[in-house]
Design a protein around this ligand. Structure first.
Ligand SMILES: [Zn+2]
Length: 296
């Protein structure tokens, strides 16, 4: 089965050295390419994390990816079999610079590998539907790009969960019915809330990244997380539409064969091709052309 990883990180930061080691990896570009070859991953979507400071219009610049090399506007530096979502530093956006911020983001959209926008509520103390994000949502609408949103648990305790609860996506989805919003991590652990928001709003999808970390033994994982995985299965079924669900890993946080195996257990087999591949091609609509180029 060919796979698209619709949510991973390609980010050069000290903390990820240990995080990757816990999952059995090195946080390097070479390691990711080897994983792709070994696991039949044809394409991946990296979430931008690295601040890019070269502002042109006086707005807040997007966060980009820099694992292969420092981000360079002339060359972009990501592999052919990867696209990225521009990360949003919401706390730096103000009413005064919000339009200029959208201009900063717009100049990267000409890059065929630029697939969408990523918000980090919870890490940023700003709600999804805060008006400072609206010029970015208008940009997403104009260019038919999805907006992925971190939801649920935060990786460190200084995060604020009231901003990352999946229910907060509902208001943005209603305000911008022509924009596709992706609830990342299925709102973990608020699966029911994420499922209801995706079920009610035609323009809301879900990615299944980041639900487990490290490299636990498969049977131990099934035993210890039995209730957790059953809940996930129950609420994905509640949505009743597997075309809204995408596989993603959150690499380097988790061992990839283990994670593929786990999601294969949760998602009914008849939906595997959609969840592991087809839905990402449809939702991140620029992937199709890139796949033609890289032979995916
Ligand atoms: Zn992530």
């Amino acid at each position: 089965m060919k796979i698209i990883d619709a949510h991973m990180h390609y980010y050069n930061v000290d903390g990820f050295v240990q995080v990757a080691a816990n999952a059995g990896y090195e946080n390097t570009a070479a390691c990711w390419q080897k994983i792709c070859e070994e696991n039949n991953i044809a394409f991946s979507v990296a979430m931008g994390n690295t601040n890019y400071t070269s502002s042109k219009y006086g707005g807040v610049t997007p966060r980009m990816i820099d694992l292969a090399a420092p981000f360079d506007e002339a060359h972009y530096n990501q592999p052919q079999n990867m696209g990225y979502c521009m990360g949003v530093n919401s706390e730096a956006i103000t009413e005064a610079n919000a339009e200029k911020t959208a201009q900063e983001f717009e100049r990267f959209i000409k890059d065929p590998h630029c697939l969408g926008i990523k918000l980090y509520p919870g890490y940023n103390a700003v709600y999804v539907n805060d008006k400072r994000h609206w010029p970015l949502f208008e940009l997403a609408r104009a260019y038919n790009m999805p907006v992925a949103i971190h939801t649920g648990d935060t990786a460190w305790p200084s995060g604020l969960l009231k901003y990352s609860h999946p229910l907060t996506v509902d208001e943005a989805a209603v305000a911008f019915p022509d924009v596709t919003f992706v609830i990342a991590h299925c709102g973990c652990p608020w699966f029911a809330d994420a499922a209801e928001v995706a079920c009610k709003n035609a323009n809301v999808c879900i990615d299944l990244s980041g639900l487990v970390e490290g490299n636990p033994k498969p049977l131990m994982l099934l035993e210890r997380q039995r209730g957790f995985l059953r809940q996930l299965h129950t609420w994905l079924n509640y949505i009743g539409n597997y075309e809204k669900i995408m596989y993603g890993s959150d690499w380097p946080l988790v061992n990839i064969p283990l994670y593929i195996w786990m999601i294969s257990h949760v998602v009914p087999e008849c939906y595997h091709e959609d969840v592991f591949y087809n839905n990402a091609v449809r939702i991140y609509s620029k992937i199709g052309k890139l796949l033609e180029k890289c032979g995916g």
